[in-house]
Design a binder for this molecule. Sequence first.
Ligand SMILES: C[S@@+](CC[C@H](N)C(=O)[O-])C[C@H]1O[C@@H](n2cnc3c(N)ncnc32)[C@H](O)[C@@H]1O
Length: 208
Amino acid sequence: MNYKKYWRKTSLKQKDIGNLFLNEISKSSPKNFLEIGIFQGVTARNICELLYKIHKDNFRYIGIDIFNYDEKSKHEVIPNVNFKNPLKQFYYRYIKRENPYSLTSVRKLLKKFEQNIEIIKGDSNKILPNIDLSNVDYVFLDGGHSYETVKNDLNNCKIVINNNGIVLCDDYNLSYAPGVKKAIDEFSSNKQYEIKILFERFARIKKK
Ligand SMILES: C[S@@+](CC[C@H](N)C(=O)[O-])C[C@H]1O[C@@H](n2cnc3c(N)ncnc32)[C@H](O)[C@@H]1O
């Protein structure tokens, strides 16, 4: 399946990385997917399309995002929400009159799958401890990029790995967010876990 961009911004923008990502996910055919850090929903939509192709209506997607860049989230790395392409900027601002980095807009993009999805607006540090992850078999961890947040997210997702699921972390080697690598390395020093770096970018963590 080809990764599509839906005329939005995504962190999987480099050539072929989206396809490699979808290919990696399809290898384990997850049924209950969690994405931490949805941004404009492009990866969310691609994942839903992929899971629909594999399981028809028999899948769940849960996504979490703060959908807000304010003082409280200053320590996180938030992608630039402005489009480089002035046409896109114009289209969203004056024609669609919609902020693509918002709960409402992402819900619209995922409307086709509304029976299968749950989109939660909030800080993963606070949300994750209160949601049941016992059925989740795949996590794409791409939310807050500070050391503390990645550490908390990983600890909160331990149950997924212990139940033989996978946590795929983005931006393992991002020079301007060194806390990501630090938190992942610390977490995966647990001898029961296996960590593999994929495409010089993702850290895949699973049980040995
Ligand atoms: C790199 S972007 C995610 C990109 C998206 N996964 C994609 O493939 O296009 C990171 C996202 O994490 C969100 N975020 C940052 N800190 C967060 C936190 N503590 N809890 C939840 N979401 C957070 C930001 O709002 C941003 O949308």
